[in-house]
Structures are given as structure tokens and as C-alpha cells.
Write a protein that binds this ligand. Structure first.
Ligand code: PHE
Length: 451
């Protein structure tokens, strides 16, 4: 047991730090485009069901593993059972895959912020703006580099404390502004149809792809199956009520994703007609839709600027935690100083991310099947590695160390209200579903099925 680790000073501190990592581009950028693409209400329903079953159980497991062992992923899995050490290594791979492309999107966010700050809203609201912007070579790379620099400075200087303080103010601001913008969007003429699409499940649109994408999204959004919540758990005090904290983080994370969908999906119907093509825009959806919303508002320039500033902040709190994870893995394993490790990670992100960024322009001939580089990285982490790590974790906890060891950790301070439910999910439901998901993903990747 490693007692030299710092602890979060308050319960709220822990919840906020974990929520700061969880709430990010996954909620604001990724969730709405998946929901739009995969059937609206049916995606939302499947996502919510997965969140309260899998999401809840896995987050409890990861935080409890971290708090119990006092170690981060690699050490923690090894401490639980040597044969499962490989899970720690696989989990650690994920942040290395996600960080580069996360920073590319971070660069897009800064670009949009600068467009709004300079008052060019109507240019940004044009349909072709996003596509022609990301297919350029130089400009996206410059904004992407700036985004990395912001991360590098914070991780080297270690000013996370300041960020924690800022989060207490900015996160609630993000919620309030999102509610305001959603209300604006859903009261536009023509929004009702979009609202129906987003909120009412149409079972005719259900497919295995709905489940696959919702599950990948769940891991991504809640920072699960990549060792991050284990590390956070290792910093959590024994006095904190684990189950309550997990509930709070989940509610917070899901609420923001839900609001992002509410801002974006009805607007696709209002401003772009809500046809399959408009809904299936993928990675560009937020960037294509929101400027149109802001353009149609009074004071849209100001509101849009503030909004993109808050998105940038939410993205930064997540990518800093991603980068910090990469840095601490290198420091633990190679004994490097914080500065060296951070610089090496930054250069790595710069190089790999540059390929992703150029993948929309000069390098757009590099594709994997139908996937562009960004989608490919996204697929490898969200559809392959994360379900694999999650399935392995459930088998380890459900059958090797047994759920009791996790339950005892949760019960250190108060009863574990959903204990039976938890045990049932971890032992039976989760491993079967995760393995099924993994098989579908692999078959899809090999082109054996079209889902
Ligand atoms: N959960 C974050 C988001 O929704 C992404 C992230 C993943 C951040 C892993 C940190 C670690 O944007």
C-alpha cells in the first residue's frame, strides 16, 4: 500500500476532479453526433440503460480497485492478480491512442472560438466552412499545436489545483449556458420534430450498431476502461462514500451529454432539414450545427464565444487528465522527471496528431476501410481496447478476486445499496455483453458484417 499519495481534500474535490476528467469533448462533441447518427431516441434510451447498469458497476469497480490498492492501473491489476497484469498495460495504451486525436479536436475548438471572437459568425455558419477548414494543411496544425502547448504548460507547471478551483465556477456555468441554449433551440419553429427524434425511441431504428456505439461512448465519456478512474480512486479518501460519489459523477456526466444533444439535434432539424445526410455528419456535427444556432440569435457572437470558451475549458480539463496519465505512466516505468516525460508526451502527441489532422486534407488517402485516421484511432480505442479491458476486469473481479473484495471496499463507510444488482451485472451481464460486443466489433473491422 502506498501511503505517500496525496488525497483529495474534500469529497466535492474528488467528485469535481473526476467529473472534470469525465466531462469533455466526449459529452459535447461525440455524444450528439452519435445520437444523431444512430437513431436519436433509441440511442439515448440504450445509452441511459447502459449508464445505470454497466457504467455504474464499472465505475464502482475501478474506483474501488484504485482506492483498495492505492496504485494506478499497471500496479493495481498486478497487485490483484499477476496473471491479469496485461489488463493494466492494455488500459494504459488507451490514453496514448486518444490523446493525439483529442488534441486535434481541441484545436478545432480554439479555431471556432477565434472565429467567434473576431465576429465571423456568418462565415462559420456556412455549410462548407467546417469541411474546407479541416482539409487545410497548415491552419489546423497551428491551432492543434497551440492546444497541445496549453496542456504541456499546465502539466509541467502542475497547476491542476488552480484548474480545480476554476472548475467549481466554470462547470456550473457550462450547465446554465447549455440549458439556456437548449431552450432557445427547442423553441425554434420546426424543432418539435427534432425533439421527437431525440427523445422518443423509435424501435425500428434499433440495431446492434446502436448498442456498439452507445457502449463505446459510455466508456469514452465516463473515462472508463483506461485506468483513469483507478488512478483517481487511488487518491480518494477512505472516508468518502464511494457509491454516492459514483452516482454524482454519472449524473453530472450524463446530464451534460443530454443537454448537448438537446442543443444540437433539434437544431439539425431546424437549420439543416433533419434528413439522414444532415444527421449523419459524424465528427463535424457540433461544428456545423452550432454556428447556425448562434447566427440566428440576438447577441449570438457573444453567446457563441462564451460557449466555445466553456467547451474549450471542458476539453482542457479532460485532455490534461489524459496527458497527466500518459506522463505518470512514463515516469513510473522509466523513472523520468516530470518535465522530460511531459515534453516527450507532447512531441509524441504532436507527431501522431499531425497525421490525424492531415488525414482530413493532404493525407486523406490514408484510410482503413471506410475510416479516416481519426475514426480509426477512435475505433481501436473505443470499440476494441475498452471492451476488452472492461471484460477482463469483470472476469477478474467476478470470478478471481470475487466481487466481495470490491463490495467490502465500498462498504467501508456505509451500506452498499445496490450490492446485489452490482454483483449480478459484474458476474453475469457485463462479461457476456462485453464479449459479444467485442466479437461484433472485430467482425465489423474485418468487414465480415456490415452493422
Ligand atoms: N471522458 C472524456 C470526455 O468525455 C474523455 C477522456 C477520456 C478524458 C479519458 C480523460 C480520460 O471527453
Amino acid at each position: 500500500m502506498n501511503n505517500s499519495r496525496g488525497n483529495f481534500t474534500s469529497k466535492l474535490g474528488f467528485v469535481l476532479a473526476a467529473a472534470g476528467s469525465a466531462v469533455g469533448l466526449g459529452n459535447l462533441w461525440r455524444f450528439p453526433y452519435l445520437a444523431a447518427k444512430y437513431g436519436g431516441g433509441i440511442f439515448l434510451l440504450v445509452y441511459l440503460i447502459l449508464a445505470v447498469t454497466f457504467g455504474f458497476s464499472l465505475m464502482i469497480t475501478e474506483i474501488a480497485i484504485g482506492r483498495k490498492t492505492g496504485l494506478s492501473a499497471i500496479g493495481a491489476y498486478k497487485a490483484l492478480d499477476k496473471r491479469f497484469s496485461f489488463l493494466g498495460w492494455l488500459a494504459c495504451l488507451v490514453p496514448f491512442i486518444i490523446t493525439p486525436y483529442y488534441c486535434v479536436i481541441g484545436g478545432w475548438v480554439i479555431k471556432y472560438l477565434s472565429v467567434f471572437l473576431t465576429g465571423n459568425v456568418s462565415a462559420a455558419a456556412n455549410d462548407s466552412f467546417f469541411g474546407s477548414y479541416i482539409s487545410q494543411a497548415v491552419s489546423p496544425l497551428l491551432w492543434f499545436s497551440l492546444y497541445i502547448l496549453l496542456n504541456t504548460v499546465v502539466v509541467i507547471a502542475g497547476v491542476e489545483k488552480g484548474i480545480e478551483k476554476a472548475s467549481k465556477f466554470l462547470m456550473p456555468m457550462l450547465i446554465i449556458l447549455s440549458i439556456g441554449i437548449s431552450v432557445f433551440c427547442i423553441t425554434r419553429p420546426g424543432a418539435a420534430e427534432g425533439l421527437k427524434y431525440y427523445l422518443l425511441p423509435d424501435f425500428g431504428r434499433f440495431s446492434i450498431k446502436t448498442v456498439l456505439s452507445a457502449m463505446g461512448q459510455l466508456f469514452y465519456s465516463m473515462s472508463l476502461a483506461m485506468g483513469i478512474m483507478i488512478t483517481y480512486g487511488s487518491y480518494m479518501k477512505k472516508e468518502n462514500h464511494l457509491e454516492h460519489s459514483v452516482r454524482q459523477i454519472e449524473i453530472f456526466d450524463t446530464l451534460i451529454a443530454f443537454l448537448a444533444g438537446l442543443m444540437i439535434i433539434p437544431s439539425v432539424f431546424v437549420f439543416s432539414g433533419g434528413n439522414e445526410e444532415a444527421l449523419g455528419k459524424g465528427a463535424g456535427l457540433m461544428f456545423i450545427t452550432l454556428p447556425k444556432v448562434f447566427e440566428s440569435m440576438n447577441m449570438g457572437t457573444v453567446i457563441g464565444s462564451v460557449f466555445f470558451l466553456l467547451v474549450l475549458f471542458a476539453a482542457l480539463t479532460s485532455s490534461i487528465s489524459l496527458m497527466e496519465t500518459n506522463v505518470s505512466i512514463l515516469r513510473d516505468k522509466l523513472g523520468w522527471s516530470r518535465k522530460t516525460a511531459t515534453l516527450v508526451v507532447s512531441v509524441y502527441v504532436l507527431i501522431v496528431g499531425a497525421f490525424v489532422s492531415l488525414g482530413y486534407g493532404p493525407l486523406d488517402f490514408i484510410t482503413f476501410g471506410k475510416m479516416q485516421l481519426l475514426d480509426f484511432f477512435d475505433f481501436v480505442s473505443n470499440s476494441l481496447l475498452m471492451p476488452l479491458v472492461a471484460a477482463g476486469t469483470c472476469i477478474l473481479v467476478g470470478y478471481v478476486i470475487r466481487t466481495k473484495s470490491i463490495e467490502d471496499e465500498v462498504e467501508l463507510n456505509g451500506p452498499f445499496q445496490s450490492k446485489k444488482f452490482y454483483r449480478f451485472i459484474i458476474r453475469y451481464i457485463a462479461p457476456i455483453c462485453l464479449i459479444a460486443i467485442l466479437i461484433f466489433s472485430v467482425m465489423e473491422a474485418l468487414g465480415l458484417i456490415a452493422v
